[in-house]
Ligand binder design. Sequence first.
Ligand code: ADP
Ligand code: ASP
Ligand code: MG
Length: 415
Amino acid sequence: MSTPIIVQKFGGTSVANLDRMRNVADVVAAERDLGHHVVVVVSAMSGETNRLVALAHDAVEEPPPRELDALVATGEQVSTALLAMILSQRGIPARSILGYQMGLRTTGAHTRARITEFDRRTFDQAFAEGTVLVAAGFQGVDPEGDVTTLGRGGSDTTAVAIAAGLGASFCDIYTDVDGVYTADPNVVSNARLLEKIAYEEMLELASLGAKVLQIRSVELAMKYEVPVRVRNSFTRSAGTLLTKEDADMEGVAVQGVSLDRNDAKISLRRVPDQPGVASKIFTPLSEAGIVVDMIIQNASEDGKTDLTFTVPKTDLKQATRIVEKLAQEIGIHRVETAPDIAKVSIVGVGMRSHAGVATRTFSVLAQEGINIQMISTSEIKISVVIDEKYAELAVRSLHEVFELHKEPKARTSWT
Ligand code: ADP
Ligand code: ASP
Ligand code: MG
């Protein structure tokens, strides 16, 4: 039987300083001692990417994406080199490797590039030599030969892509919490650690704000059925396994609650209610690369309607500029913006077969006096947009009412 390959990814807090890197070296050594081939993927040291992004914005008002990528990718160059030195000194042959050195090719969409391929020969050679490659997460190279990055949190995606390509037995995502919880453990103190979670549920949680895994990494894991474990690099917990949906999971109506504060709301008042208007509004937004999330349109009154939608807070300025220009052309009465909103969501594959989840959600928010501004649902999630100041209260109340702190078996059988 061939030697199992394990990809270990260490996030920013796990490599925040040299002591923590020494701890990472212990985790790598323990895996190697089990006789496995190990590939390490690292993020920049905690806070470094934010520092570099801020530096660029201090330098100029709108940093060109190509140069922004060239700048922020340096964070991972530092952490890979330091960790490789520490591993080597510990007696583990190790070598740092950047995106271009592993042939990690991406699309040319700077700051949000997608991986297209990488060269596995570099890895096979390292396995044959017994060298641990310490690969830079988050970065790649585009068809022009320019450095690209994969979007914030992108090292998760680098790790899962390498694990998929190498046919790794596990992709271990080491972070600062014990695994995936029923809610962000930094918001809900009695959140429960999940032993396993369905790819689909994790995809929804990640899309709805649980930043523990980058969305794209979950998409790749699901597509290639990569067994991803989310673990704690400090406690070395067994963690949470991402896996295909099973019968146990279907029995659980709500698996988790998530919170997203990254969106803002735009409302267009008294929009002419005519064919083609929505397309006139949303086409230029999408051409500008702005991702519109929720949309609601009110019933028409005297040929006019209200249209409300959400966009990432970081795109609010640009989106407002675009719709204000359109307002004059199309004859929209007023454009209102609200950056202070939050989206709270509940997720579970079991929602497909459980009735009453939505009613419970709305009534608990009503009891807390929280006004719902927008609602969107799918088969396995319910999201509401509310005033940002009630965000944590809403998350805690929903966690409580669905008894997520308890084992599913111990929950009240109201569904
Ligand atoms: P890293 O730097 O290791 O990539 P991140 O900060 O990106 O770590 O992700 C880990 C964080 O994700 C945790 O500290 C936690 O606050 C947050 N988080 C949000 N939702 C969840 C959840 N449901 N389970 C676990 N962590 C969550
Ligand atoms: N360093 C990058 C970021 O902070 C990538 C990552 O940490 O995954 O977003
Ligand atoms: Mg992360």
